[in-house]
Write a protein that binds this ligand. Structure first.
Ligand code: SF4
Length: 492
């Protein structure tokens, strides 16, 4: 079950892994559900309640809301002491970082990566006659079983060697719906990210950095393109060019006339040659995430991308006729208006490059508030308040002429809701349940009802905005990601 759209489900690699891995067992029947078909399966039309086990992959905090809605829609008792099947197990980056807001609802929550857990589930099917025995067998092996948890640390589960781990060469292809990054064969070349920027939950969750070998990647791409009857590769990784064979992989594909797209690239691993490779692979947009142009804030987020490099890459990308999309964060701890002015000054400095280009491109500038996430060094800081956020977004909008820039800013309301979930504890489960039962209509988010429920259930959302005392033990510290998060000191 992927508690979002069908399109999002086929963009998610774990959907393909789980579906084909489980299908490789003769005595297992697998079907797929999304918010587009929450009650009956895509293939068998069987009702969700008929299955022994429901696996839910939750990529973002907003998926929590749909996950609860699915239980309600299927008349499955929502609270996890339901005592009968289906056994419901959730996983994904956000719940691995902090499973507490959902601990009321699920029988098990996967901490870390799913492959080992899939194996474990299959090895435990002999115990399915007893839900208790089945769950006891899963406890602590990379799974958090809320009803059995005694407070001890839970180590995350992860694949040690990507080359020998299961990879889905067959992938779900839809003729009607395109995945978010377009049709193609998804090839994951690495997991984790060696840079560990202080706000980046994905990097902390997927630590340590691991790669697939060039040989495995090329073998998989060869088979994958053939069996899926597609002619394009979509590369998954957190930072593509950190892979030791990144150039060689792309050069080989270009020699063979195969198109590709690379959704995630860290700017300081790029140069003109690599932008050229990306362009020749068919990608039309150059996406960079400098996050800030203030040296002070670069230290805070542990991500230093130089101004000189960013303008050189943009200049080059524009010469090649590419669209340019830039991501920035507002609300980085210790930020002030001067830091925002530096961002505006940098971007205005691009105007001569845009003027002399024959392509007349507008640069897309995407602003996101920094949302502090559990199990990252930012967990000790608060979310910027709405007034300050709006003020800084206004400064950016005002400083950037619409002829050259298109500014898009994420709504603070959404960031606030996300932060309540990312830093929430078990009490938030009651809010989520009441919100889904009473206010979540037509899958539209209503901040005022959400805030009302927080208040009426006595939850003070100061925890979202106020920095935490580093000596405080945080509720999710029983999750062991294999890193000492407290060792990442953030100082101005
Ligand atoms: S480089 Fe990108 S993926 Fe890696 S830690 Fe930083 S933000 Fe995350």
């Amino acid at each position: 079950m992927y508690p979002s759209t069908y399109q999002a489900s086929i963009t998610n690699l774990f959907t393909h892994i789980a579906y084909y891995y489980l299908n490789s067992y003769d005595d297992v029947l697998v079907d797929r559900f999304t918010m587009d078909n929450p009650i009956s399966g895509s293939l068998t039309s069987l009702n969700l309640r008929k299955f022994d086990i429901v696996l839910m992959s939750l990529s973002y905090e907003f998926d929590y809301i749909n996950a609860i809605k699915i239980l309600l829609l299927n008349n499955i008792p929502v609270v996890n002491d339901r005592g009968r099947r289906p056994i419901i197990i959730a996983g994904g980056p956000a719940v691995s970082a902090n499973p507490l807001p959902l601990s009321k609802f699920f029988d098990g929550i996967v901490i870390g990566e799913g492959e080992e857990v899939l194996k474990l589930l299959m090895d435990s099917t002999g115990l399915l006659h007893s839900k208790d025995l089945f769950l006891e067998n899963l406890a602590s092996k990379g799974l958090y079983i809320p009803l059995l948890h005694d407070g001890s640390k839970i180590k995350k589960s992860y694949v040690v060697d990507l080359d020998s781990s299961y990879y889905p060469e067959y992938q779900i292809q839809s003729l009607i719906i395109e995945p978010v990054f377009g049709r193609g064969y998804i090839m994951e070349i690495s997991r984790g990210c060696k840079h560990l920027c202080s706000f980046c939950m994905e990097a902390f969750i997927s630590y340590p950095y691991r790669v697939r070998s060039y040989e495995k990647i090329m073998e998989s791409v060869g088979k994958g393109l053939e069996v899926n009857k597609v002619d394009r590769v979509v590369f998954y990784s957190l930072s593509f060019f950190d892979h030791h064979s990144a150039d060689r992989i792309l050069e080989t594909l270009l020699e063979r006339g195969i198109r590709f797209s690379i959704p995630s690239v860290r700017a300081d691993t790029l140069n003109e040659y690599r932008v050229d490779l990306i362009r020749r692979g068919g990608q039309k947009t150059l996406t960079l995430a400098p996050e800030t142009h203030s040296d002070k804030l670069r230290c805070v987020i542990r991500k230093y991308i130089s101004d000189e490099l960013v303008s050189r890459l943009i200049d080059y990308g524009i010469k090649l006729g590419m669209e340019v999309k830039l991501y920035y964060m507002v609300g980085i701890p210790f930020e002030d208006d001067e830091d925002i002015n530096q961002l505006v000054k940098f971007l205005r400095g691009l105007i001569p490059i845009l003027d002399k280009s024959r392509f007349r491109r507008r640069v897309r500038v995407v602003i996101n508030p920094l949302i502090p996430k559990a199990n990252t060094p930012m967990q000790f800081f608060g979310l910027i308040n709405k007034k300050e956020y709006m003020h800084r977004v206004r400064l950016i909008r005002k400083g950037l002429p619409g002829r050259y820039f298109r500014v898009e800013a994420l709504s603070h309301n959404l960031a606030y809701m996300q932060a309540t979930m990312s830093l929430g504890d078990v009490k938030l489960g009651d809010v989520l349940l009441r919100y889904v039962s009473e206010a979540y209509v037509n899958e539209e988010l209503h901040l005022s009802s959400y805030k009302y429920l927080l208040k009426s259930l006595g939850i003070d959302t100061d925890y979202v905005f106020k920095p935490r005392n580093p000596s405080e033990i945080l509720p999710w510290e029983f999750i062991d990601l294999g890193l000492n998060i407290r060792g990442f000191n953030i100082i101005k």
